[in-house]
Write a protein that binds this ligand. Structure first.
Ligand code: ZN
Ligand code: ZN
Length: 299
C-alpha cells in the first residue's frame, strides 16, 4: 500500500499546504479521504491515475473538506474517466454532489454514487474494509479506518517440491490456502504455506477533539493520521473550534497503541511547524508532520 498526502493544511490553504486530502493506494484501487479545494491539481501531480477504482470518503461537510469534489470530477471527466466512483460522507453529501452535478455541466460524466453514511462498516472490497466512527467536531464528522484484508502466508517452493507437487496451477491453489490432490494424497496448504500475514490498518481522523471513539477506532493502527492543528499555547482555540493540539493528537496515538502518527490539518498561522512536531514527539516519538505530496510506502 502507498499513502499520499495531497493536502495537509487546515481551513485555509498556504503556499506550502493545500486543503485536506489523503489517498491510500491499495491492490483494490484508491481510497481518498477528504477532497479540499485544489485536490485535483495535487492528484495530477501525484500521478494517482484518473481511471482507477476509487472511493472518496468525506469526513464532514465543512467547505475545506468537500469543495474539491466538483473540480476533481470535472478533471476526471476531461481525462476520459469511464469507471464509476463512489462518494461517502455524513448527511448532506448527497445533496451537495447532486446540486453541483445539476448546476455544473461536466463535459461528460461517468456514474457517481453519493452515499450518506453513519458510524459502522462503510465498504468492503476484495482488498480492504472501511469502518467509521463519529469524531467530536461540533458538526457530524466521521473518522475512518481502512483495514487491509489479511494476505495469504509465504509459500515455500522447496517444501512443495519435496512433497512431489509439480510447479504450476497446483502451487497457485496452495498459495490461495486451498488443499490440492496429488495422486491419491490430499495435501493441505498449511504444509507449504506460512501463517496469514496481517493486513495494514490506517486511520484518518481530522477536525476532531481528542475523543474516545477515535481511540477505539484507531486501536493498533500502523498509521494514524490525526488533526494536529495547533500548538499547546492555542489549546483554548483548539477546544473552541473542535480541533486538537499536536500534543492531544500524540495522546490519541499513544492510547490507541498506533505505530506511527502523522499530524495534519495544520493551521495557516504557523510559518514554522517544528514546534508542533516537538510537542507531539515528547509524548509519542514516532510522530511526523505530514507534508503536501509526501508519499509513504507501507510494507
Ligand atoms: Zn477542516
Ligand atoms: Zn471542520
Amino acid at each position: 500500500m502507498r499513502a499520499t498526502f495531497l493536502g495537509t493544511g487546515g481551513s485555509v490553504p498556504t503556499k506550502k499546504r493545500n486543503l485536506p486530502s489523503f489517498v491510500v493506494r491499495t491492490d483494490g484501487g484508491l481510497a481518498m479521504f477528504d477532497c479540499g479545494e485544489g485536490t485535483q491539481k495535487q492528484f495530477l501531480i501525484a500521478k494517482l491515475g484518473f481511471n482507477r477504482e476509487m472511493k472518496i470518503l468525506v469526513s464532514h461537510m465543512h467547505a475545506d473538506h468537500v469543495l474539491g469534489i466538483p473540480g476533481l470530477l470535472h478533471s476526471m471527466s476531461f481525462m476520459g474517466r469511464s469507471r464509476g466512483l463512489e462518494i461517502y460522507g455524513p448527511p448532506g453529501i448527497r445533496e451537495f454532489v447532486k446540486c453541483t452535478a445539476e448546476t455544473v455541466r461536466y463535459r461528460s460524466m461517468f456514474p457517481v454514487r453519493a452515499v450518506e453514511v453513519r458510524a459502522g462498516t462503510i465498504a468492503r472490497t476484495d482488498s480492504y474494509t472501511i469502518n467509521a466512527s463519529w469524531a467530536d467536531h461540533g458538526v457530524p464528522c466521521l473518522a475512518y479506518t481502512l483495514v487491509e484484508n489479511d494476505k495469504p502466508g509465504r509459500f515455500y517452493p522447496g517444501k512443495a517440491r519435496k512433497l512431489g507437487i509439480p510447479k504450476g496451477p497446483l502451487w497457485k491453489t496452495l498459495q490461495m490456502g486451498k488443499p490440492v490432490r496429488v495422486g491419491r494424497k490430499t495435501i493441505d496448504a498449511s504444509r507449504v504455506v506460512g501463517p496469514p500475514r496481517k493486513g495494514l490498518k490506517i486511520t484518518y481522523a481530522v477536525d476532531t477533539r481528542p475523543c474516545k471513539r477515535v481511540v477505539q477506532l484507531a486501536l493498533g493502527s500502523d498509521l494514524l493520521v490525526h488533526d494536529g492543528m495547533f500548538d499547546s499555547s492555542a489549546s483554548e482555540r483548539a477546544r473552541e473550534y473542535g480541533h486538537s493540539t499536536a500534543a492531544e493528537a500524540a495522546r490519541v496515538a499513544k492510547r490507541s497503541r498506533s505505530k506511527n502518527l502523522a499530524l495534519t490539518h495544520l493551521s495557516a498561522i504557523y510559518d514554522d511547524t517544528r514546534q508542533l512536531l516537538d510537542e507531539a514527539k515528547k509524548l509519542f516519538p514516532r510522530t511526523f508532520l505530514a507534508e503536501d505530496l509526501q508519499s509513504l510506502e507501507l510494507p
